[in-house]
Design a protein around this ligand. Sequence first.
Ligand code: SF4
Length: 262
Amino acid sequence: MQNLTLEPQKRQWTDEELEAANKRLEAASPEEILAWALEQFPGKVTLACSFGGVSGMALLDMTLKLDRSVPVFYADTDFLFPETYALRDLVAERYGIEPLAFKSALTPLEQAAQYGDALWSRDPNLCCDLRKVEPTARALESFDAWITGIRRDQSSTRKEVAIVEWDAKFGLVKVNALAAWDETQTRAYLAEHDVPYNPLNDQGYPSLGCTHCTRPVQIGEDPRAGRWADFDKTECGLHFEAPVVEKKPGFLSILKNLAPGG
Ligand code: SF4
């Protein structure tokens, strides 16, 4: 008889369960929220850390202090900043962990051969799907919950995120443990606990993605305004559906002039 091993179906949390969890956790500290997540999903929770923003670094420090065995992963698009890769290496050494890289099934050359050169400049949603969303789906396959660094103060698209959500896109629970914190609180945590972070975050890049699609933000701009600045796009499609994007009319591309290494 054939021996079939099937992944157990993940159970979708009901609205009532989510509401109860959020009621309980809304005033909790990030560490309390993380402890709750680890207790709820023993061995089945993973942490997403892009090494490009302060939130992920605070969460990484908090989570590993609670449980060093929590897997840490990142979507390696092949287009990350050198400073991002350097921070990943520093974290690996400092914390004694091995962050798991999930890459696109296509190398950059294969992507260019299949979709043409510089896909990000023509169809960034497709490029993000290929290099971020699909690899992240693979990273999350065997988990029941993931921890992310999205915060309500980061952009207008994020201002209403709940602490605990059902992530319909990837089919698991999403824990936004820093949702209620702001940039100042997050940076204060890093300073107090001597947590390393990406040096570009202090050089006009509060939010970092790929070299091709990130420019520094100007004073008064939304922290995520430097992402896909040529387009009406502020999300990669991991946390929110990426809207149909159009190039901003008359927008003079400044990415090449401003982005270090890009
Ligand atoms: S951020 Fe830009 S280069 Fe990176 S995956 Fe998305 S569209 Fe492609």
